[in-house]
Write a protein that binds this ligand. Sequence first.
Ligand SMILES: [Zn+2]
Length: 255
Amino acid sequence: MPISVIIVPCLADNYAYLIKCEETGHTSVVDVPDADPISYMLTKLGWKLNTILITHHHSDHIDGVDKLRKLTGAKVIGARSDAYRLPALDIPVVSGDIIKIGSHHSEILDTPGHTIGHISYYFRNAKKIFTGDSLMSLGCGRLFEGTHKVMWETLKTFLELPADTMVYSGHEYSNSNAKFAISVDPSNQRLKERYKEIQNLLKNGKYTVPTSLELEFLINPFLRSAQPEFKNKLNMGQKTDEEVFKFLRTQKDNF
Ligand SMILES: [Zn+2]
């Protein structure tokens, strides 16, 4: 039986995701920027929330956790290493742990860089990953706490996943990310097509998430830091993958 995912836009540009196991009815939410739109959506769908999955400690991902927990009685899951700065955790987890979401399993992947202690939730059988602010559509999170080396290692974790994995990230940043991607890779036809697609989706009030890893491998500059032809385009053929990533991330910070 599949899992259903409902996208819940919150605050200015955050996304929360409701995940329901269709076999058992078990329902989770990834991140709680604001309890109200999530609780409204749960009521509208007639779903009962069982677990809250936190990706990282930034306030725009956790501010609604305590209110939603009170409203629903859901158990809260998050990184043990960040427990001191997260809402009280019912189930602290570490990298490699597997949690049960109804009849599905989610693997906890350590994905630091944006923050230390950032985790992602990987549903291998359902081919979905919830990446918070680590991997974004056409981008990656800003480095608030990790080094370039740490974030590059995280991106390599994503590069190892099957290409048909769908990526659900924490923000709607595709438009500005696409502009930067085009600035460093102006001859990439697939990227230009995607940019048009993104503009059309947004114009029609639709979301640009999820995206597939297969597509991101072709157009996300950060994920492409190790691709020889892309390195050559940047005149960085002799540089290490990490140096290319550092160059791109620094360019984006000043874009
Ligand atoms: Zn963040």
